[in-house]
Structure formats: structure tokens, C-alpha cells
Write a protein that binds this ligand. Structure first.
Ligand SMILES: C[S@@+](CC[C@H](N)C(=O)[O-])C[C@H]1O[C@@H](n2cnc3c(N)ncnc32)[C@H](O)[C@@H]1O
Length: 507
């Protein structure tokens, strides 16, 4: 049976905060204490090295890690030393620990979390690693790969009102608080909202809370930024597969994500941005872009979608059958595996894409842009600044004509380098390409016109006259060279490889 989330008794929360501060319960300190081997093993959901690294340390920091991250029982005396002002009674009062034999065990996970500028603590349900049991269907997710991916990719302009839809323990909302005047969080799960309330209190944040399904709780409201790591997992509707609240919003196939994309527009202010993670099915031998552009087509929103990964139905089934805590040798796992394969087959799905969806409501009347691309390798971290720059660049392109584009004296962005490769002994390069150091770390192959254009992108000569000079030099028709140059320039501007002469990294 699931335990209730921690309570938000203000004096007790203040004592907990003081104790965590005093123990220096920070990401950095925990990493340092565990060392690289145990930290890396823990990231792979293996606790043993961390248990060995903390067993005999005896400091409050080590006790907090053993109690709240590893799920180990700790001596009552050690727990009292680690929580000197809260004490065990206070920790029980908050619903963080319970007695077990001569010691105590945690009833929730509580760990430090940080970005480059901020540090927080986040409580959530104990992970499978700590309980050594499959998860409950109403499990409240803690920090994980998807939540940190969304946090990394979220553009962070200053906004008046921001929304975290499906907040879970509130991790996205913690980030939003740094650049939004008002933060609203929603979730269908009262338990999740309980954790979010506790984390808001612990981190001294003020959010508005609303319970309900998807967009129901925000009827009539608009936001400058909406983020969601939604329950996007495609799940077979058979009794063999549990309905985990944290990953599954019901419905068939990728309906949850498509529904969100199709209907989010009315909740965005003009210029407002929505940032989601999602899965989409690839049916037969169709292109994923056809499916996702179909979701966006009638919304009137700008869309920039980056597909990061594709799994075949078997890989997807293995991932999600395992995710709830079931191991591959069990009967439950085999039944779930079969259910996933049947479900995908029933819709002719041959693959599942995973990616990041960025939507924007245009400020005025204009044709929205739709840019769907693939980027599977490592990217900048955080990606948010590049996403914001990419949105600004695409918006500029959507609002300006080819002539206006050609009138700008573009320059190569500071993180771009040129690579030339030659056949052994050859005078001329066989391959010339640009490499982007940040953002999506694009590599762009250049033809002769492209290489010539980029070589004079130093912010002094407008692209139009530059292309005319290149046409003359190559003895090619000016229109053809302008056409080629324009196509390349649009791509390079959108991806931030070239920028205007005086701006930062976007037009
Ligand atoms: C993948 S978790 C994301 C949690 C957190 N925002 C993060 O980034 O880690 C999805 C969340 O959506 C919630 N949820 C599930 N079904 C929902 C629905 N129909 N409407 C709103 N939220 C829902 C779950 O309770 C869960 O907290």
C-alpha cells in the first residue's frame, strides 16, 4: 500500500531545511562522498558501491544518503545526529521516516538537486532501487532521465505565468520559479500534488496547485511558458499491463501526446512557448514527420520538433516492461512484453520515436513554421539557451522575406569551426564541413557555393552581394547561386551556425 506524501507543517519543514543545510546535503557533496565509481553505479540503479562508500563514514551527510537515497535502515542515534533540530519525532511528524527495529527507515526519497545556478531538495516516492520492490501504480516519480532532459531543453525567457502540467514531485516547477513570476502546477494525482506541495514548502516556493486531467484544470487560462513531461508512454490496454499513473494517461497509442499538442494552443499567450517530451508511433514505412506534422498542422502554432531516438516495438516493450520494476526472467514480464508487441501490431506500428516538442504561438498574423528534424547524438547541456535562440531565429525567418535575409551581413557564430578533408596527396579538399560546438552540435557539409559563402560570412558584406560575387567568380548564373545560397543560409540561420553581425546568437 502506498504511504501518504509528506505533510507541510511549516515549523517542521523549516527545521528540516536547517538540518539539510547544516549537513551540506548538496549534489556536489554527495557526489564527492560517493566518488565516481559509486555515483556512476547508482545512476545505473546499483546501490552496493554506494552502500559500501557510506557504511562506515558516520557523518550526517552519509546518514542522509543511506536513509533517503539508498533506502537503508539507519540507527536511531545516527538519524538523530543527522537531523539535530528536527529529530526523529519531527521527521515522523512530517511523514519522512518510520521506526523499524532499533532504527528508522525512510518513507520517501529525499535528495539534493541543482542546476548551474540553483540548489534544491526534492522528495518523491522511494525508487525501486531503495524498496527492492516493483512500483505501485500511483508511484510519484522522482528525478530521472526524462525530467532532467526536459529541464535541460526548456527555453527560459522571463515570463509572467508559467505552467508545469503533470508536475509529479514538482521538479520542473522548481526550475520555472527562477524565471517566472507565477508558477501553476497541475496533476491528476493528489499524491503527486502532495509531494509538490511539500517540495514547494521545503524550497520556499509559492506555486498555485490544481488537480485534474491534462488541460481540464486550466480552462480559460493562458501562460507565457508551459512545460510538460507528460505521461507519454504508449501502453497496451490489457489487464496484464499495470496502469502506472506517472507514465500513462490512458488512451490508445500516442493519443495522450497528440491530444496535448493539438489543444495546447488556446492556453498560450501570443508569443508563449510550450515545451514537451513525447513519444510518437511510426506506422508501417511512413515517416515520423508526417505523423507529427499532422498533429501540429491545424493548430496555428509554430513547431520545432527534434526526434532524439527511435526504438523498435521489442525495444520499447523491454524498456517499459522493465521500468515498473519487473525483471526479464519473470512471467509478468513475458506477458507484458507480448501485450506490447500485440498492441503495436494492431496499429501497424513499426517503431516509436522519442523527442522534444517546442511549440510557439505566433504574436501576429503569419504562416506558422514547422521544423521537424533528427538529432541523435550528444547536445549542449543545458540545451534551453539554444532552443530559445533557435526559436528566435526561426521566428525571424518566418517574419522576413528572402530579400531581407539577403540584405543582412551574416557572420559565423563563435562556436563554429570549418573542417577540410582531402584525399592523400590531393591539392583540394574532398570534403568541407562546418561543425557547431554548442546547441545540437550540427555538422553541415558544404558545396562550392556554400563554402565560398561561409568563408565571407564575417559580418561585413550582405549575403545578396556576396552571392552575386560568388556567381561571377564561379561563372555560374546569379539566380541559381542565390537560390542555393538562400537555402543554405536559411538552414544555417535556423540552427544558429550563422548569426547577424552584432547580435548574440540569434537574429
Ligand atoms: C512522467 S511524470 C512527470 C513528473 C515531473 N513533471 C517530471 O518532469 O519528472 C507525469 C506526471 O503526469 C501525471 N499524470 C498522469 N496522468 C495525467 C493526466 N491525465 N492529467 C494530468 N497529469 C497526469 C502523473 O501523475 C505524473 O506526475
Amino acid at each position: 500500500m502506498s504511504l501518504p506524501p509528506p505533510t507541510t507543517d511549516a515549523p517542521l519543514v523549516a527545521r528540516l531545511r536547517a538540518d539539510l543545510d547544516q549537513a551540506a546535503y548538496t549534489v556536489e557533496a554527495v557526489d564527492q562522498m560517493l566518488g565516481p565509481l559509486a555515483s556512476a553505479a547508482l545512476a545505473r540503479e546499483q546501490v552496493l558501491p554506494a552502500q559500501r562508500a557510506t557504511a562506515d563514514v558516520g557523518t550526517p551527510l552519509a546518514t542522509l544518503v543511506r536513509l533517503f537515497i539508498l533506502g537503508d535502515a539507519v540507527d536511531a542515534e545516527d538519524a538523530s545526529t543527522a537531523l539535530p533540530t528536527l529529530g526523529i519525532t519531527g521527521a515522523q511528524g512530517l511523514g519522512l521516516v518510520r521506526e523499524q527495529g532499533p532504527g528508522v527507515v525512510a518513507t520517501c526519497d529525499l535528495r539534493p538537486y541543482a542546476d548551474d545556478l540553483h540548489a534544491w531538495w526534492v522528495a518523491s516516492d522511494l525508487s525501486e532501487v531503495a524498496t527492492r520492490q516493483p512500483l505501485h501504480e500511483n508511484h510519484v516519480l522522482g528525478l530521472g532521465g526524462a525530467s532532467t532532459t526536459l529541464a535541460s531543453w526548456t527555453p527560459r525567457p522571463h515570463v509572467d505565468r508559467a505552467l508545469d502540467l503533470g508536475t509529479g514531485c514538482g521538479v520542473q516547477a522548481l526550475h520555472l520559479g527562477a524565471h517566472a513570476d507565477h508558477v501553476t502546477v497541475t496533476d491528476i494525482s493528489e499524491r503527486a500534488l502532495g509531494y509538490a506541495r511539500f517540495n514547494a514548502a521545503l524550497n520556499d516556493c509559492e506555486w498555485s496547485f490544481a488537480q485534474g486531467s491534462m488541460l481540464d484544470p486550466i480552462a480559460g487560462q493562458r501562460f507565457g511558458l508551459i512545460v510538460s513531461n507528460p505521461p507519454f508512454v504508449i501502453t497496451p490496454r490489457t489487464p496484464d499491463v499495470p496502469v502506472f499513473e506517472y507514465r500513462d494517461a490512458g488512451g490508445s497509442g500516442d493519443e495522450a501526446v497528440s491530444g496535448l499538442v493539438r489543444s495546447i494552443g488556446e492556453h498560450l499567450e501570443p508569443g508563449g512557448i510550450a515545451q514537451f517530451l513525447g513519444n510518437w508511433e511510426v506506422v508501417g514505412d511512413s515517416d515520423w514527420r508526417d505523423r507529427v506534422s499532422g498533429w501540429v498542422a491545424s493548430t496555428g502554432l509554430d513547431a520545432w520538433v527534434v526526434q532524439r531516438e527511435v526504438q523498435d516495438p521489442a525495444q520499447y516493450a523491454e524498456t517499459w516492461a522493465r521500468d515498473g520494476g519487473h525483471h526479464s526472467a519473470t512471467t509478468e514480464f513475458a506477458m507484458m512484453y507480448a501485450a506490447w508487441l500485440d498492441d503495436f501490431a494492431s496499429r501497424g506500428a513499426t517503431g516509436v520515436g522519442f523527442g522534444v516538442i517546442t511549440l510557439q504561438r505566433p504574436v501576429g498574423e503569419r504562416e506558422p513554421f514547422i521544423d521537424l528534424e533528427e538529432a541523435q547524438g550528444p547536445v549542449a547541456s543545458p540545451m534551453g539557451p539554444s532552443v530559445l535562440a533557435g526559436l528566435r531565429a526561426r521566428t525571424w525567418l518566418a517574419e522576413h522575406t528572402d530579400e531581407e535575409l539577403l540584405a543582412v551581413a551574416w557572420r559565423c557564430a563563435d562556436d563554429v569551426t570549418e573542417e577540410r578533408f582531402s584525399r592523400p596527396g590531393a591539392q583540394d579538399p574532398a570534403v568541407i564541413q562546418l561543425r557547431q560546438g554548442g546547441g545540437l552540435r550540427r555538422v553541415v557539409r558544404l558545396d562550392t557555393v556554400g563554402a565560398a559563402l561561409v568563408s565571407i560570412c564575417d559580418g561585413t558584406l550582405a549575403a545578396g552581394p556576396a552571392l552575386d560575387a560568388i556567381a561571377e567568380l564561379l561563372d555560374e548564373p546569379a539566380d541559381g547561386v542565390r537560390g542555393k545560397g538562400l537555402e543554405l543560409l536559411r538552414r544555417l540561420v535556423a540552427d544558429g551556425l550563422v548569426v547577424p553581425p552584432s547580435a548574440g546568437n540569434s537574429p
